[in-house]
Design a binder for this molecule. Sequence first.
Ligand code: GAL
Length: 796
Amino acid sequence: MEHYDWNEGWLFTPRFDPALVRPECELELEPVRIPHTVRVLPYNYCSENEYQCLCGYRREFFAPREWKGRTVLLTFGAIAHDATVFCNGRRLFHHGCGYTAFTVDLTGALHFGQKNVVAVRCDSREDLNIPPFGGQIDYLTYGGIYRAVSLDIKEPAYLRDVFIEAKAEGDFRIYTSTVGETVGCTLQAEIRSPSGSLAAYSGELSLPITGVLNGVHPWSIEHPTLYTLTVQLIRPGSAGLPDRVLDEKTVRFGFRTVQFVAGGLYLNGQRVELRGLNRHQSFAYQGYAMPDSIQRLDAQILKKDLGCNAVRTSHYPQSPAFLDACDELGLLVFTEMPGWRYIGDESWKAQALQNCREMVCQCRNHPSIFLWGARVNGSGDDEAFYKRTNEAIHRLDPTRPTAGARNHRKSQLLEDVYAYNDYSCRGRGAACEARAAVTPDTRKGYLISEFGGQQMPTKPFDDETHRLVQALRTAAVLNDSIAQQGVAGSFGWCMADYNTHREFGSGDRICYHGMLDMFRNPKLAAAVYASQKTPRSPSDIVLEVSSGMALGDLPGGAPTACWVFTNAESVRLYRGNDYIAEFSPDRHGRFAAMPHPPIEINDFVGSLLEKYEGMDPPSAQAAAAILNDMRRCAMELSPLSKARMLSLRLSWNEVARMYCKYIGILGSPSPVYRFEAVWHGRVVGTVVREPVQSVRLECTVHNPILTDGPTWDCAAVSLRAIDQNGNLLPYCGEAVQLRVDGPLKIIGPSVVPLRGGMAGTYLATTGEAGRAVLHCRMEGALDTDAVLTIRSRENG
Ligand code: GAL
């Protein structure tokens, strides 16, 4: 058994020519590294025509004589979207799904002891008769060999697949499938626990290996314990010869049990409230073609920064690196078959079924996956077709339920779970629909597979009111889905902004539906998720204040609502050196069902009137109530405030003077506001809002240590303009000039504008190891540098 990474040495042409597949080829070709995109796109205003092409890849290699009599398997992690593979001019394989892996047996076409050539005809045009194509699609589909490629040299008999079903109680079943002549062969299986202890089992090829492992640590969201299974295919020795290991496969897995009871999800017998986001696997400039570390970062952001416990890989199976990270982090995954709203003809459906089978076989050992999407997202009913997808999925994986995300109520429920894209939130009344009004069978599972999205597209550079609406609506749906009995939870639409087709988005080919921008910088609404984390230490405390406290940003100069998104126990507000008030989450209010309800800051006066106006405490309190009430109502006097004025014998002039002094109008001197997060009696976080005095450019490299190999690697960089107190400056739109010294290449432009005070870039490794420095320069701010280390796989 030999394994080779095959991500180097490829040549590319954007226009396929039949000459490409021939052993000798004179075409002008471009050397490329995998993952590869057929076209690097601009950030926005890109065109979906740019990446649609019939293109080609070619790789020459030497097949040593020792390979003779063995099996040579070439595996592509993913090619978007339709791929035909040739070896030495012979057409060997065709694959029609851009989101699943496939393996080509090259053996019969090889010339041993000679040069060989593999070529790929790659079709990324959107008129293909395969999923997700056929209708309009709200995301770009890109093109190219965008996941890793590898070559395996095996014996003529080998293990094609290993699948382990493992329950929380420790009982397991191992299924294997083999290729080639295996008469008389046996299997050896070894399960290794995280502590290194081993348990060995043996079995026959025709039956699953079953057993019970005592004292297992189940895989859960809090403790995602992973075990490994190694299966060997063995040819018993004869005539004094020892046994021979023909093949060996190692997979990671977890012991866990998934059930839906009366709508809700139970993991290992415990109710889990799903709090998740939908994820597209696309990135600025590169589309799908990003290496593993960038895929893994997304899982970390979801779990660690946003506090999610689940993700939906809308609308297709995503990279194994992303799923591996979900396994390690304890992030539940709802993975679905490729597609978007459209169901095609019989040939399209046959491909869709094949996609379902590949999705399950390739992903089923991941303990994080708890649910399979057996329907094309948002499609109508099709009884015959969806009976088949459900059957195919259940046959290949009897352990997990199926669901299907629909946009309609009471659609036919052939799955175990009704997944509903609930876009009913209008900002008033209930923020999600009643489960009983949606699902035809309340005994089955129920979850909200999407909400938000097109209801409130929000750009990071939208005004404060708009950004706050996105955040509050997100909170409202989270709250109402938790409050409703029998709802397993929700997946917001969506994690990050994404490039889309002309029929969708804001006219610039971007759907601004994310909690994060395309570079994964957080918008205000991200704090709604982040603040739901259970804090274990002061560093887990989130404190995000919705308002910039700049009156001129708001219509009529009237202040708007001010909300704090926090998981602290309370928030204290100071004005200058004066303490105003302490605010705690309202456990009976609009967001009472959330673990950490957002807090409305509704008192900006406190006891200031007592201190500075010489009022007695009850009068000071009543007068403060008038001012706070006026602040909420754009300086209007409510009947209650009028009544209070009368009883306090305050004139309008007097009230207006105090309003100007303690709340402020356009032109009033700007006070300094300080918000403190209090946790376990201590101040663990502070936000200061005061006029901006200086602008700083902050540069964060999320993964400053890179490894070139087995593919190129990439660093994700965030840029933010902040003030002297570390506050984001949402209207800073300066250009940032980027320059790298050392072996890294900037992907996309080297001058990037800040959008909503934020930007990002990606830095790709070049094959060389060393140290690199990213220099960022912005007019009006000091230059910032970031240091990166690049290792190559050889030198560790
Ligand atoms: C949904 C769809 C998503 C996305 C979203 C936008 O209907 O399933 O893919 O387009 O709308 O809000």
